[in-house]
Design a binder for this molecule. Structure first.
Ligand code: ATP
Length: 437
């Protein structure tokens, strides 16, 4: 057992000043209300790890809603109350948020055959959480500000790098915790504690994940896809034989090599200044599905209720990457404009995957060149020039600019004057064609 610790100092160093201000104020306000208040969960874990954490989760022994009202009023936040649960969310103008929960004082039935201990409501609140490293709190009460509350050995597990559940029925109570355990394990380069791993295997063996709604699984998967290193989490899922439950029909071995490379590819694309795709999670979703037939892939899309727009995007990406890859690897007789047009026609979320498959510097350089063309090689003339020529922007104008873009990429056109001539000729031909109709 580790000796008690106070992390006030650490909080001053690692939390933004305005957050500290709010925590101090909340502690004093709670005192005047006869309540106690703690910051719990991820914030303690991340403070002890020295990692930035911007979500604050307050647990109140007392009237949480009333305290939340006071905090939001004093600090210009917007308040969202969920009275039936005794919880509230305070949203600040800078986008940060503070969650406030009322720890329940009514009799709490412990899961498993634990001795019934006379426990504080904070203890009860923390006992409901997933892992020891997530089940710590820090007092923000005036007289004990910064004291860490650690009933389950979270600090020791943090130091030893262990993900440990609080009791034997944890994964049965909520099988999504199996996925969360792996996510935290890989995020912090930790390990599943051996008994916890055994419990997880048992729960998987009993097919517990099948009892969870696909909505909740998808919510967790999206969390995974937005981790700093989703490939590691997905690979560990594979190792633990979770893939059949998560992505039915997908053959894991085929996509395994990509999982190790994809994050680096994404970083390379950022370094190349390629415009960031809008749905980062989809990069990893595509990595999972890229080797599967559309029957399998579309079934996975359906399973997780992707929208029609998202499903179409997945289909476009999965239908287009192979041909692009081939043209990049065997460019003989392929024009630059043709390559650029194809690359432009698939969603940007598939670019990292394409890069994963490119070997050799010259091929990668070609891809970079093509992407540069797609995003930055714009004609020098624009709509204003066309209007000066007497043409109004419209469908035809767009087509002319598209044709010009391609002609430039193929090196047919080199300067502004040539661009003007090209577009003029294009539009005149079009007018001529119209007159002939
Ligand atoms: P991050 O937001 O960095 O992924 P976090 O710990 O803040 O990590 P959240 O999912 O926001 O993760 O959860 C907040 C806290 O709520 C956790 O620290 C954990 O204690 C608790 N928690 C979340 N989900 C569960 C769950 N399924 N079972 C038990 N406790 C949970």
């Amino acid at each position: 057992v580790m000796s008690p610790v106070n992390i006030q100092e650490l909080m001053y160093h690692n939390l933004p000043a305005d957050y500290m201000e709010i925590l101090k104020w909340a502690g004093e306000k709670a005192l005047s209300m006869g309540a106690k208040v703690y910051a719990a969960g991820g914030i303690v874990r991340d403070l002890l790890l020295g990692i930035e954490c911007l979500d604050i989760d307050l647990v109140v022994e007392g009237d949480g809603i009333e305290l939340a009202r006071a905090i939001s009023k004093e600090h210009q936040g917007r308040l969202r109350e969920h009275n039936q649960f005794g919880t509230a969310k305070i949203l600040f103008p800078d986008g940060r948020q503070v969650d406030v929960t009322t720890s329940r004082t009514e009799f709490y039935q412990y899961p498993a055959a634990m001795p019934q201990v006379e426990a504080s409501s904070l203890h009860q609140d923390l006992y409901r959480r997933d892992f020891t490293i997530n089940a710590m709190a820090v007092s923000i009460n005036k007289e004990s500000f910064g004291d860490v509350v650690d009933y389950f050995g979270g600090r020791e597990d943090l130091e030893r790098g262990l993900i440990r559940v609080l009791h034997n029925l944890s994964f049965v109570e909520d099988p999504v915790r199996i996925l969360r355990a792996v996510r935290f394990e890989q995020r912090y380069y930790m390990s599943l504690e051996s008994h916890t791993l055994k419990l997880a295997r048992e729960a998987m063996h009993n097919n517990m994940l099948a009892r969870v709604s696909t909505e909740r699984i998808w919510e967790e998967l999206k969390h995974v896809f937005l981790e700093p290193r989703p490939g590691l989490v997905l690979a560990r899922f594979m190792e633990l034989q979770l893939w059949p439950s998560l992505f039915p029909g997908v053959e894991p071995e085929k996509v395994r090599p990509v999982l190790d490379k994809i994050t680096r590819s994404l970083r390379t694309l950022r370094y190349w200044n390629v415009v960031e795709p809008s749905e980062i999670w989809m990069i990893y979703f595509l990595a999972v599905l890229h080797f599967s037939d559309w029957t399998v892939a579309s079934e996975v899309c359906r399973r997780y209720h992707l929208s029609k727009r998202q499903t179409n995007k997945v289909a476009a990406a999965l239908g287009g990457w192979r041909s692009i890859l081939k043209k990049l690897q065997e460019p003989f007789g392929v024009t630059m404009s043709e390559l650029a047009r194809q690359v432009k026609s698939v969603p940007g979320e598939i670019y990292p995957l394409i890069l994963c498959y490119l070997t050799g510097n010259s091929v990668k350089k070609r891809f970079r060149h093509v992407l540069n063309a797609v995003f930055y090689n714009k004609p020098q003339i624009n709509g204003k020039d066309l209007r000066l020529l007497g043409y109004e922007p419209g469908k035809q104008y767009k087509r002319a600019m598209e044709a010009l873009w391609q002609a430039r990429l193929d090196g047919v056109i080199c300067n502004r004057q040539e661009e003007m001539n090209y577009v003029k000729k294009y539009l005149v031909n079009f007018e001529g064609a119209k007159d002939n109709v």
